[in-house]
Design a protein around this ligand. Structure first.
Ligand SMILES: [Zn+2]
Length: 304
């Protein structure tokens, strides 16, 4: 979908709303009061009415649009821009594009969309052969007035995340040591060490055959999960053993530094979910926008 095609289909509030009504009808509404799934559409009132208890559900109720006062069009444009821009878009830039006076509702809308992406990402687990590493991401300074800045891994300015990538060898030549990249997961972790890394990986994966990592002590116990190859990684051999870790880490750092200037530690998981959502759907083209739209009508309780 090009910008022109998008604005032809979803350029006005009426178009977006009409599309949303069809989506909700297709998805079906569950009555908050009695749980009944059969509803009548009251076109004058623009509400669904439960066939059993006659309780009415508004168009936004129960979805991620619930309690948002922004027009449908803003939501559609936000989802479109967040999925079509390769690097991502800042809340300030989106606020400007939407012509909104207030920053906060736009910021909030973007986080709701990220939560939706995170929900979707959580449903997938990694399988087969994976590359694993820890990465450090610069976050907003949380230093108290008279607190001293710590250096390195414990720094208040650095957050630690674990990165795991499906990476299987397809041939002996080719770029990246002949390894093909599959699904990517990056999640923040609290603390440091072998137990933390192993627990995080257990949550991210399903049926593992092999794990490749560097020789760090934090990966010392991974052989209990699958065959574990720990390599002493250097600049030269990284392309052979951990080729995709380098690529993805560089992409994250570039995107986060260039677009979101000060990510708060508590929101890092959301930004990483957005990043992974897009990387994992890199071959979908503009279908990625439609897919996101389709899950945005899911009941809120499913997403949260
Ligand atoms: Zn009912």
């Amino acid at each position: 979908m090009t910008h022109l095609e998008f604005f032809t289909l979803f350029g006005t509030e009426q178009q977006c709303k009409a599309h949303w009504i069809e989506l909700r009808k297709k998805q079906g509404v569950i009555c908050k009061k009695c749980g009944c799934q059969k509803h009548y559409w009251l076109s004058k009132k623009e509400q669904f009415q439960c066939a059993k208890c006659r309780f009415r559900t508004t168009l936004r109720s129960g979805t991620i649009f619930d309690s948002s006062h922004l027009p449908y069009r803003d939501w559609y444009i936000a989802m479109y821009l967040m999925t079509s821009s390769k690097k991502g878009i800042s809340a300030l830039e989106l606020q400007r594009q939407l012509g909104r006076k207030r920053y906060e509702p736009v910021w909030c809308l973007m986080h709701k969309i990220r939560d939706l992406m995170a929900y979707r990402e959580d449903q997938y687990k990694l399988n087969g052969e994976i590359e694993v590493d820890e990465i450090f991401i610069r976050v907003a300074n949380t230093l108290e007035v008279d607190e001293k800045l710590q250096a390195g891994k414990g720094s208040q300015r650095q957050a630690t995340a674990i990165i795991a990538i499906e990476s299987s060898k397809e041939n002996d030549k080719g770029p990246k040591g002949g390894k093909r990249m599959g699904y990517v997961k990056v999640q923040p972790i609290k603390g440091h060490g072998a137990i933390v890394a192993k627990r995080a990986l257990e949550k991210m994966t399903e049926t593992l055959r092999k794990i490749v990592s560097d020789k760090g002590h934090e990966f010392g116990t991974l052989s209990t999960l699958a065959e574990h190859e720990a390599v002493l990684s250097t600049q030269e051999n990284n392309d052979e053993h951990l080729p995709w870790i380098g690529v993805i880490t560089a992409n994250i750092k570039r995107a986060f530094l260039g677009i979101y200037h000060s990510i708060k530690r508590e929101n890092l998981a959301r930004y990483l979910a957005e990043f992974c959502y897009k990387v994992n759907r890199r071959k979908f083209g503009m279908e990625i926008f439609e897919r996101l739209l389709n899950i945005s009508v899911l009941p809120k309780f499913v997403v949260n």
